[in-house]
Design a protein around this ligand. Sequence first.
Ligand code: ATP
Ligand code: MG
Length: 670
Amino acid sequence: MSFRLFDLNDPQRHAATTIEGPLLILAGAGTGKTRVITVRIAYMLAQKIDPNSILAVTFTNKAANEMRERLAGMVDPEVAKKVTMSTFHDLCVRILRTDIEKLGYKKNFTIYDEGEQSGLIKKIITKTAAIGEKLEPNLAKSLISKAKNNGWSAPQDEKTLLGSVFARYQAALKQLNAVDFDDLLLLGVKLLAEHPDVRERWRNRFRYIMVDEFQDTNRLQLEMVSYLANREDGTSPNVAVVGDDDQSIYGWRGAEVSNILEFEQHFPNPTVVKLEQNYRSTNAILNTANALIKNNPRRRPKKLWSGKGDGDKIRLVQAPDDRQEAEFIANEIARRKTGETLQFEHFAILFRMNAQSRLLEEALRERQIPYKIVGGKSFFDRREVKDVLAYAACTLNADDDVSLLRIINTPPRGISDNTVERALELSIKRKCSLFQALQLPELRKTVTPRAAQAITHFVGQLDHWETKLNEPLVDQVALFRRIINESGYYEDLRRSCKTPDEALKRESSVRDVIEGFERFSQHSSEGLRGYLDAMALRQENEDDKDKEQGNGVMLITLHASKGLEFPHCYLVGLEEGILPHDRSKLEGTLDEERRLLYVGITRAQKTLTMTYCFNRFRYGGVVPCNPSSFLKELDPEHIETIDLKKMLNTPVEAPAAKSRFAAMRAALEK
Ligand code: ATP
Ligand code: MG
């Protein structure tokens, strides 16, 4: 057993060894909250607690994986594997896959991602809206999502357009045997609430529950934890939560910081542990973060200190425009890497919006600096990736209309748009899935013999694959490969691409998907269904391809950076309108923007550079911009301001150049 309790300070150790009853760790950034959870699990295992009875919930797959790795380093990896570490969504999928039938869905339900969700909502709006009525699909999507996260069900009457769209959307999902992200939570909680037998089963399974980043839980997630943790016999629940009210950044998704601030009300008489020593950052960084967050009303005051010394001042760099901002950072990283003998992965660039990453990527690429981007869902947005995943989805659940529509004529198989339209109408009239409608004699009668034949062939193919998939001991990876081959998809890809180069690229991403499944199968027994679930649950803000791990500068959104740390951080675009974001003023969420910046600052371990531009390319043109109002709140004592324009026009001073040269030489000689 190689974990050592003496690697913890006193309050940390107290928290890690308190395993019975409710436990609340409410502490600032970098104080070791996540570390305590991990050591606490190792401690439990050392006390011979059954690993199967331990559940640790985190917010991203990345965080769950990291915790899993850390634990595997502390205890027997075979034992570590048996501990459940997952996101709320993962957990819900597991619960639903065993018992969703009790809610009137079939077990092989499909999980719709945002794109599929939008597609369905758009279709329903077009069908539902009267002439002159308008509803923006994205707005409808976000309002429906909000309603669901509040636990509201669709209205029974259809008084408003939004109400009817909501009701029809829910009905359509059910008919398609599909659920969206919000449903996962909603239905998971519903199942536990309405079915005592299910609830008891999971309660007995998980005797020890931990939740990281509890400040970002919403109402439903709190309910979920309560259902799992509370005991029928009234004994006190073994539930430990950790979090920091200053890092609550998911209010826009319905997170309620009161969940952690009023923890006592949900789980009475908890052991409360405060952690005050920050082990991550220098005092310059920590004090800058503290000076900022002080401006938020309604927070629990905290004392945070670090033993790491003052460290370098925070640099505030003013750039003429966003291109020069990006080039400055890329040049500097290249230089610091050699000069200070650092690795590329010691650097992170943090930004507020995905759109900000493009110029940064370009600048890094031009200098051949490797980088990893978190927040890019580009791989999974590629049409060929979606297509092959749709083949898999239809093999598992032919009633999944959205996936079926994707592949019904990809490759073209002689089923015309007209025929598809007719089948869709029929499926609405008969309240059945598209796949079922395709098989109705009513449809056959109205289409050409050629189309009828094409339909028969296609239906037969899907049936055949499904049968194969359900054979015991089938090699699912080989079958998946065969399905894609037999479908004629590769030939179609070659035909439909403009250049052979493009075709090669697309073919290779199809193979990536299949290989992804192969890798997945090596450590999971959940098969193609499990793989599709995992793909659907990848959150937008996550690293997808295992192969990309390792080297590279990290490009990451502030939201996704939660819980992580990097030696050297660049926080870019600190301008009014970006951070704080334009919307925040209208929506009254300025405090949350401040917390977001606080999260960003507290990711840095050794140095922090913040940048802003005087001009930025936005909305299709160059717009002048102002520095973020948050910058005024920082303590000037720790800040050094650098005017990039001036700096670029001043020749590098001889001594500085010399020492840099010496450092480079020293690095080469190592
Ligand atoms: P955040 O609020 O950002 O999620 P956190 O409170 O979860 O931060 P951790 O990520 O657990 O903090 O820890 C921050 C850093 O401090 C990590 O590198 C961790 O290994 C280190 N650390 C924590 N506790 C100790 C300790 N007692 N001794 C040495 N290092 C520690
Ligand atoms: Mg943490």
